[in-house]
Design a protein around this ligand. Sequence first.
Ligand code: ADP
Length: 978
Amino acid sequence: MMRQASLAAWLIAIVVVSVMVAMMCSWRAPGLGLYLRDRLVQARGPLTPPDDIVLVVIDETSIARYGRFPWQRGLTARALDTISSSQPKAIALDVLYSEPTVATDDNDLADSIKRAGNAVVAAQITEIIDQSGAPAVRWLRPLAQIENAAAGVGHANVSTEADGEARTLSLRKADDHAQALWSIAVETIRVGEGVRGPSVRDVAGGVILGLRTIPVEPDVPAPHFAPRQTNVPVDTLRADRMSIDYVGPPGSFSHQTFSFAELLDGHVAPQSLRGKYVLIGATAATLGDHVTTPFTHADGTAGEQHGELMPGVEVLANAVNTILRSRFYSDTPEWLAVLLAALVAAAVMGSLAIAQGQFEGVKQLGVLFGLLAIILATSYFVFVHWLIVPPLVPALLSFATAVPLALLRRSLRTSADLDTRITELTSANELLLLSTERPASSLSSNPATLIAHLTGSEAVAVYLESRRGGRYRLVASHGTIVAPTLTEDEISLEVSGAQVAPHYSITGGSPLGTKDSAETIPAHEFEQDNSIRRNRQLTLRLGHDGRSRGALLLRHLPQHVRSETLRLCVEIATSFIANLADETGSSALAPLSRWQLPRGVEWKARALGVLSRRLLARARFVDRALRAVEDGLVVADISGRIAFANPRAAEILGIPERALVGSDLFQRLAETEHQGAADDFEVDRIARETLMRLIIGRGAVEREITVGEAPRRYYTLRLAAVMSADDGAGDILGLVAALSDVTQQHELQEMKTDVMALVTHELLTPLTAIQGMSEVLAQFEVQEERRREMHLAINDEAKRLSHMITEYMDITKLESGAHPLRLLPVRLTPLIERVLLLLNPLAAQRDIRIVRHLAPDLPLLLADADLMAQALTNLIANAIKYSPVKTEITVEARDAGGSLLVEVSDHGYGISADALPRIFEKFYRVPNVEDTDVPGTGLGLALVREIVELHGGRVTVHSEPGVGSTFSVRLPLAPKDL
Ligand code: ADP
């Protein structure tokens, strides 16, 4: 509402100002209007000259023939006779015959004029100095006999304006004695049309001439003719002026122009004069006045210059033509000019308002030029077709005023809008996390207070280096008032950037960076500064990379502050001033009151600079913070396109950060879960289900994903929608996925399950047996033989229990990392030989032959010899245990290009396909009829796998029931991660 009112006020103001400027200028400088009218006439160009006006001229040829002018009047009389014999409509003699010459000549001329009967003669008004010495205006009339013989007498004055241009014709002129004469043009037409003299008269707005009314220019002041004699009443005559519509530049009548010489030589055919207006006058350059016309100096159609002036007789011809053809210019009234000026101003603003958006500059230029073209074209059209002289000056001036004003208004409004945006941004500061514009009383946010608590100092001050350097100003303090500024010399201890490692970890106490910061501020350095300690004041320089940024002052420092504590304080203070530096210039962002003028461009640039610096600092901080999160973090848009991924996420998904951004989140997750082989259909299904739950259900999605094989890692994937509002409402802006490593928890859980299985199943069964038998032994008399058996059974079960517990403990120790590998170069062949030697009795018991295929020069293996021997023992013992008697087993070891391969094959019972995937699980035993009595724990193969994987290798099995089994152990020669 407010905005619309101000817009309307602006609009009206601009229109009013434009109209005022336009009208003032056009009133003050009427020449502008005349100039533009001339331009319109020029633009229109020459018209077809009329054929009812003929000029008979005293030109250069005639002068050459008959000598210098004035000629003998008898010559003119002859010419006049020739003309009148061809019966023209009227003859105008635009030559002054006011001086008497030879009487016969004068009479000759008067006679021929009389004979002609339709000749009009010229009089002229001149300024003279009368007898009293005062200037006076008098008529120079023709000789009495000539005037009496003529059908009319008209004034032949050509009135020119300041620029020498004859734009108008004075229809009537008068001398001091109010003796008025109509123009010779009027008189000629009057005579030509046979109108009686007195019927030519003034009426309101024009002069009546026969049937036509000649309109006159309205605003010409009427001169007062006050005769010297006071008793004569004042007569008021209107100075009637009519604009001449020029047919064209000088020479436009040339096809109807004859020279005197031609005429007297009889070269002019009588019919070319019959019924026409014949105007007699001088065109020779040496004779008479020549005036400028609207066509003067204008380019002709063929590019020629019409620089010549126009002789009086041609002006007369144009004037006669204007009256005859009624080509009268009509001026527009003032109110219309005002209205048009206002319309133009409004149109300028309207079109500028429309031309916005893309390519604004070009569009605006376009509409402005368009508007200008419309104004000019319309003006041209109305001038050419209806002879209306348009108010071009007010229109153009209004245009020229409205354009800059409208542009100024727009720039002011944009400027004010920008100010508002800046103010909004400034006031949105609370959104920005690290704002330092907190209330001063907030102690918790004051780093000086925190440092004081940490060190036990009584007074702490943090200084920020001023922009010019060398001086430091107080930015935070705690305790007794300290100096507001500090100079370079007052800093007592250099703690350079290299010494205060930027990656100092506060929580762990151990540096995260490569440099050991615990050593970078040697403790002795502080101890050497005992003098400072005695004063109990310490001033530390703050900053990284040798660049000083501020200082930390600690006063009344207790004797025993650890250097780690000091380093922590330096870090806190440095972080504080780093954030503070981004805030400098904030004072420039003072909010703007509503009615103030828009601020300057420089202020805006400065304010935007401060704001963008602040926003960038926030963005950097948030970015750093997200990157520092220990969990993998992925932010995606609603379609799953990844917009951000932190380094941890990249590590978990096994794809570089850069490659992650822009790719599909669900695809990536599926690939990670299925080791690169993601089924598109499956991906789509998961994506759909997840999105349904997140977006429609507005809930979080949480599930566990497994990544990798050996070692396998477990992550909890939490997907949530990013909402525009906090309460779960609002638009969904995107998705955020967090991946937390839960491998440890997972392993702990597994271990718990194992222990439960061990206790409930594997331990309880033998214990129940032992318990049962020992109860029988205690309560009943048992036969000697039976008792021995029972004792043996109890012993066996106990041994099995202890064996199982030992084996279980071994695996658990290995899994939890409690048993560190003792890696040494090991020769595999002797190791296998030793294992076989120990297993020989077992093999001999079952009459099983062991075949060795051990490659002679196997490379050294980096391994824990005891564990490796244990693993091989378990494999070979299994082969012996699970083979029928009198069979053969093969132990093979060979170099398999970069790794060593040990294979144990037997021709035993084999393992069924459904049991095969489970045999490496703890406590799993294949339910086989053949080997039910074979003692075992189901832990042997689990231990084998754990040992082999700890060495970076892999154990695989190939087995066919009834044919035999082959266990292959592949060990890398140069284990990567060991
Ligand atoms: P156990 O202590 O029972 O031997 P293992 O973990 O060593 O436990 O073996 C698990 C199961 O795998 C055994 O119970 C057995 O059924 C099967 N198995 C292991 N090695 C062989 C083999 N060489 N031939 C056939 N079956 C085997």
